[in-house]
Design a protein. Structure first.
Length: 238
């Protein structure tokens, strides 16, 4: 049966065999059609899988932020004809906080086979390493950019965490990581726990959890432009 394979990639400069099973490589090398968030990144990933990949013989269909979502259904024509396809995101698992979800939705509506492959998800890795509630958590994507709206949203997430015992996760455009951390430490209650999960699975990994009070008392990490997941947890009895 032809399938749409959701192909995870590394979260940074990490050897493929450290985070991806060999079965993924076999599947990738069997495919000729790829729906990708960024063609250049996808081509580089495929060359990492095997230097012998004939890139020029492959077909790439863009689904990034400048792509026309109206074309996504057309991209799936090879799958409808019986040819398996792959979906590749910029980093981590496709269709999670990623336009690949729109492609998968089309397949589900049409009854086309979808196969998620095993690989690194920064969201799940952050939950695993945070020490927070792993049974109830929410990924909230990007917070508002305007300072007042951002602070208001953070207080809402903090209140929800405390009321429901739910871990709250979010991200930021990497070059604004340090500014977001400063906002967290100036906005949240001193007892609220904050986890910073940066550069996961790479040699530069930084994964630490402290209360806001404790973070304020230590030199802040310089996150720079490293992809980072932030998580907060406010205990009910705090």
């Amino acid at each position: 049966m032809a399938s749409l394979y959701l192909i995870p990639v590394t979260l940074g400069d990490t050897p493929l065999d450290h985070v991806l099973p060999s079965r993924n490589h076999e599947i990738v090398l069997s495919l000729r059609h790829f729906i990708v968030e960024e063609v250049r990144t996808a081509r580089r990933f495929l060359k990492q899988v095997s230097r012998d990949v004939d890139i020029d013989s492959l077909h790439f269909y863009p689904m990034g932020k400048h792509a026309d979502a109206a074309l996504f259904s057309q991209y799936l024509e090879p799958l409808r004809r019986g040819e398996s396809m792959g979906v590749i995101s910029e980093a981590g698992c496709p269709a999670v906080a990623d336009p690949g979800a729109d492609v998968v939705a089309i397949c589900q509506r049409e009854g086309l086979d979808v196969v998620p492959l095993v690989g690194p998800s920064s969201i799940l890795l952050a939950v695993m390493g945070s020490g927070f509630n792993g049974q109830s958590f929410a990924f909230n994507g990007y917070l508002p950019i305007a300072p007042d709206e951002r602070a208001k949203r953070l207080k809402q997430l903090e209140a929800r965490s405390q009321a429901e015992g739910q871990t709250q996760l979010f991200i930021e455009t990497p070059y604004r990581n340090d500014k977001l951390l400063a906002t967290l430490l100036s906005t949240l209650h001193p007892s609220t726990q904050v986890c910073i999960a940066s550069g996961l699975t790479t040699e530069a990994q930084y994964l630490h959890t402290h209360s806001v009070r404790a973070w304020r008392q230590m030199p802040p990490p310089t996150l720079g432009k490293v992809p980072t997941i932030f998580a907060i947890f406010a205990r009910r009895n705090a």
